[in-house]
Design a binder for this molecule. Structure first.
Ligand code: NAD
Ligand code: FES
Length: 294
């Protein structure tokens, strides 16, 4: 059982929980995710780790209820417990395996959209702790949906933009990126995390601008273990699974249109049957022998 120490609303329908999970807090790295299970009858929900405190033994998660399972998570309050939490899972951000020299050679821009702002935070913080203060864009539909602004301001050079211009700059994150480049910023490495459509259009732009771009394919995960096949995607000419091979990938190689179409199909039984017919057994083949990922 994992005790919830704090539970609050960051913005309308965006929940933050700080949870006691000492083993995960000790080992997790930016970019990794966990699976939370509310009670013994609940589904497994993959969520990116948004912060961790190795001394206190806590991790922070931020989520926006989308389906029944995430909505049920909102019933949990401070003092309640998660039945189970599995993790850390997935690969850490590639930044974490770079040398100080490699990191210093990069001109890094983080691009965070909506709830995707939360999983960006540990990467920005980790870089800052390692002596690099990167630039970051936070994009939200409107002022009330901007989250973690204070936390970001402490660890990066922050640009906030809202679609309706009610706060910060005016326009979507792609407009802000274009403006920053026009103002003379010269980036060569970007990490874009947010809704799929945002990552798609950000990648189209960064490709044009010649900025290497990493994205997180967390939104298409379902069971997070490599077995359900939901997170199958094409990266370059290869079939990958976000939960096992990612969640982060080279955004210029991701086939976003196929991933979004597939995620829609996966939602219904009929869609899953269609996918099974087209792709065969689509699970990752975690056993290493069955070839299910081929
Ligand atoms: P949103 O729709 O409010 O969009 C957030 C920002 O993304 C916008 O303010 C805008 O700046 C940018 N954006 C949106 N559409 C764009 C477009 N067509 N072109 C350029 N920029 C665009 O986001 P939300 O409602 O907070 O997002 C919820 C989604 O985020 C969910 O679908 C969830 O799956 C996803 N999410 C992704 C991750 C991840 O790891 N990639 C993590 C958490 C949440
Ligand atoms: Fe099920 Fe990746 S989320 S295989």
């Amino acid at each position: 059982m994992y005790r919830i120490i704090e539970s609050d609303l960051l913005a309308a329908n965006i929940y933050r929980m700080v949870v006691e999970a000492p083993r995960i807090a000790k080992h997790c790295m930016p970019g990794q995710f966990i699976i939370v299970i509310k009670d013994e009858f609940s589904e497994r929900i993959p969520l990116t780790i948004c912060d961790y405190d190795r001394t206190k033994g806590t991790i922070t998660i931020v989520f926006q209820p989308a389906g029944a399972s995430t909505t049920m998570l909102t019933e949990l309050k401070s003092g309640d417990h998660f039945y189970s939490i599995v993790g850390p899972l997935g690969n850490p951000s590639e930044l974490c395996s770079m040398s100080k020299e490699e990191l210093s050679s990069l001109k890094i821009l983080f691009i965070a959209g909506g709830v995707g702002t939360a999983p960006v935070f540990p990467q920005v913080k980790w870089l800052h702790e390692n002596g690099i203060t990167a630039d970051a864009i936070i994009g939200a539909k409107t002022k009330d949906l901007v989250i973690l602004e204070k936390e970001f301001n402490e660890v990066c050079n922050l640009y906030v933009t809202t679609d309706d211009g009610s706060y910060g700059r005016n326009g979507m994150v792609t407009k802000c990126l274009e403006d920053l480049v026009a103002e003379g910023h010269d980036y060569n490495y970007a990490i874009a995390i947010g809704p799929m459509i945002m990552m798609k259009f950000t990648c189209l732009l960064t490709k044009k601008l010649g900025i290497h771009t990493i994205v997180s394919m967390n939104p298409i995960m379902v069971d997070g273990t490599g077995m359900c096949g939901a997170c199958r995607l094409n990266v370059g000419n290869e079939v990958k699974f976000a939960c096992v091979d990612g969640p982060e990938f080279d955004g210029h190689l991701v086939d976003f249109d196929q991933a979004m179409k597939r995620a829609q199909l996966y939602k219904t039984e009929e869609g899953r049957a269609k996918l099974a017919l087209e792709e065969g057994k689509t699970h990752h083949g975690g056993c290493g022998n069955c070839g299910g990922d081929k």
